[in-house]
Design a protein around this ligand. Sequence first.
Ligand code: PMP
Length: 352
Amino acid sequence: MRAWEKNIRRVDPYVPGEQPSGEKLIKLNTNENPYPPAPGVERALREMDYGRLRKYPDPAASVLTGCLAGYYGVGEDQVFVGVGSDDVLAMAFLAFFNSPKPILFPDVSYSFYKVWANLFGIPYEMPALDQEFRICPPDYYKENGGVVFPNPNAPTGLLLGLGEVEDIIRHNQDVVVVVDEAYIDFGGRSALALLNRYENLLVVQTFSKARSMAGLRIGFAIGNPRLIRALNDVKYSYNSYTMNMPSLVLGVESVKEERYFRDTVAKIVKTREQAKKRLCALGFTFPDSMSNFIFARHEKAAAPKLFEALKSRQIYVRYFAQPRLENYLRITVGTDEEMEELYHFLEGYLAY
Ligand code: PMP
């Protein structure tokens, strides 16, 4: 090792799902939306004033924060936007988790939490999910430096009811509680309903899933103005212009099209419910997902082998080589046609 290499930060990075290229493939591995963004987004993209790219974007991202504030019925000073919810969550870790006490998040959860905690030197504990992969609220009643969990959880897809989410927040009023609602639009009740009661609650959502805009990287947080100010202070201490101009403009267009949003979500939910029946009939078992993916296992088919077999047929799903998860595949809900191809392949595969 050279002398200068001794000073390099050693990190164990998050590993994103593959982004294979090709026309024919069926991509069910990163929980993207199989439908395009709202038509108004395409229109605005075509009509975009390229000349504006010469200038820096608005550092406060006001058009988008204002638009989200109106949509969710909160003050403009209650909204923070970032480069996907990953950026927003990373800022939240930096801003709020500064206690010597460990932060808490589930052992089976979004694997980025551990990466950020390690990167930022934040101590953490990971209470185990129960046998059925459920989050147990009482595990979060002990002293801690902050709490973060996804709802619905990933990669299980299981939803905590609003009452249980509130139990966790009520027991943790001396720390910030971050509820990561990347998948909430697919069936859950948002913790936004609790904002008026808990000034330490931060709700984080994204345009990547229900709004079909993973490629634009838009995420946001809603909470008490003091939390939002702290997030902005961290942002302005790091990079003033996280949000690019096209994302700001196109994000607003997406929010305007409520009808399209509702219809697209309804289609995915319908396909998901159908997928539960079809996968069950094929002998798969899975937690009852309220997200846009299903975390499934099969008694007679080892997940790593099935994963490879699917991939060789250009069907991409996600496999996690981790204790407790090594027999599961996370399958994103695609279009009905894509799912039919998946079932067709599985029928053949399981017949042998
Ligand atoms: N939270 C959870 C639970 C996720 O699964 C994801 C998607 N990888 C994210 C946050 C981040 O999504 P994005 O940065 O695209 O908003």
